[in-house]
Design a protein around this ligand. Structure first.
Ligand SMILES: *Cc1c(COP(=O)(O)O)cnc(C)c1O
Length: 409
């Protein structure tokens, strides 16, 4: 299936481990414990010489089917699913970094990812924030103790596009682990392995699950990073193919020990949502681009942030790398004081946080998600006081545009 299109790969990926009782969908396996006919098999599963399951914290046949599906979408060599996107991100940081290490992170990242960086600093990891839209800024921050670089493809809420290729080349030359959060674009629009990513993060809650009914996260190893000389791999995981060592450690330490495991029920809901990923992404992107164009020419709007608008600072890069612009759109009104009354006048979008739902969601960013961060962090992340974020859903374009038009007055 590796050479087939993304839709073909997604809808058939859960059958790759065999079909149970002829059912064409993977069942929801609810058992926490797994029994064996012989004690030798039980021992073999623990020692990794026999494939199987022993305790659901480390995975079930249902979560394994979702792992196979996300892995097929990302073109990876292995994927681990977690209870949330934040669990996946925290597992990568906490299992692969140690006190004394240096981590370089884009200054344009998801607010809770930014918050985790404070925790890492408390544990003795040195963190530098850089403007990742330019690889030169990343290069300038790299020092002798730098181990890892973390960026998002298309940043929320400002839609900045990282210099994904330039940073990939830099990480390859310097032997750094390159972590790319692909949540907003998703593998339907972009595969980070193409630019040399070592590990790919997806919040499955968002674009891949797509229906706002289940939390989940994933880490995919592209197989491009050679862990042979990476100093923090525990002796127990330095076995077999060195390209597997990193993910094995994230699975054992991050999933088994830290325990933020995805339930089979939620894995099933996410897997069902994932079947329409490419269709939803195409539709939402088309609607979001049309709304961005409409807002950009409206006199009551001061600025629109959308990567497929020619006015976007990384427009050339975005249109070259991504199949479409995705569902994320943000804008500022000419009269910033009208931000909250404007949102109250909207009839269709749901006033709420969250991203990539089937329903369009709207939120004033500085007043909510980035309130705790304070004005200094907001300024650094390019978040204006009146910035409004739209997560464009599956409603008809004409209805959304008419609603924006009436609310703009
Ligand atoms: C939402 C989000 C996360 C965290 O995912 P959860 O599933 O909500 O924990 C991480 N990165 C990005 C870019 C996100 O939008």
């Amino acid at each position: 299936m590796a050479d087939t299109g993304i839709n073909t790969r997604i809808v058939h990926a859960d059958r790759q481990f065999g079909v149970e009782h002829g059912g064409i969908r993977k069942p929801i396996h609810t058992s926490v414990q797994y029994g064996f006919d012989t004690v030798e098999e039980l021992v073999g599963v623990f020692q990794g010489t026999v494939k199987g399951y022993n305790y659901a914290r480390q995975g079930t046949p249902t979560t394994a089917a979702l792992e196979a599906r996300v892995n097929a979408m990302e073109g990876g060599q292995g994927t681990i699913v977690f209870a949330t996107g934040m669990a996946a991100i925290s597992a990568v940081f906490l299992t692969l970094l140690q006190a004394g290490d240096h981590l370089v992170v884009s200054q344009y990242v998801f607010g809770n990812t930014n918050s985790v960086l404070g925790t890492l600093r408390g544990l003795g990891v040195d963190v530098t924030l850089v403007d990742a839209t330019q690889a030169a800024a990343v290069a300038a921050a790299i020092g002798p103790r730098t181990r890892m670089v973390f960026v998002e493809t298309l940043a929320n809420p400002g839609t900045q596009v990282a210099d994904l290729e330039g940073i990939g080349q830099l990480c390859r030359e310097r032997g750094l682990v390159y972590v790319v959060d692909n949540t907003v674009t998703s593998p339907a629009l972009f595969q980070p392995r193409v630019v040399g990513a070592s590990l790919v993060i997806n919040s499955l809650t968002k674009t891949i699950g797509g229906h706002g009914t289940a939390l989940g996260g994933a880490v995919t190893d592209t197989g491009l990073f050679d862990w042979t000389d990476y100093p923090h791999i525990f002796p127990a995981y330095r076995q077999g193919n060195p390209r597997q060592w990193g993910l094995t450690q994230v699975r054992k330490k991050g999933l088994r020990d830290m325990g933020a495991s995805l339930s089979s029920e939620h894995a099933h809901a996410i897997g069902t949502g994932a079947e329409t990923l490419a269709l939803r992404q195409r539709q939402c992107s088309e609607t979001a681009l049309a709304l961005a164009q409409f807002l950009a020419q409206h006199p009551a709007v001061a600025q629109v942030h959308y990567p497929f608008l020619p006015s976007h600072p990384q427009h050339e890069r975005a249109t070259r790398l991504f199949k479409a612009g995705s569902w994320l759109l943000s804008f500022e009104l000419a009269n910033a004081d009208d931000c909250l009354p404007f949102i109250n006048r909207l009839q269709i979008p749901v006033k709420g946080t969250g991203l990539a739902d089937t329903r369009t969601l709207v939120i004033p960013v500085a007043h909510t998600i980035f309130w705790e961060a304070g004005p200094q962090v907001r300024a650094q992340m390019g978040i204006a006081d009146g910035l409004i974020r739209l997560s464009v859903g599956l409603e008809d374009l004409a209805d959304l545009q008419a609603d924006l038009a009436q609310a703009l007055g």
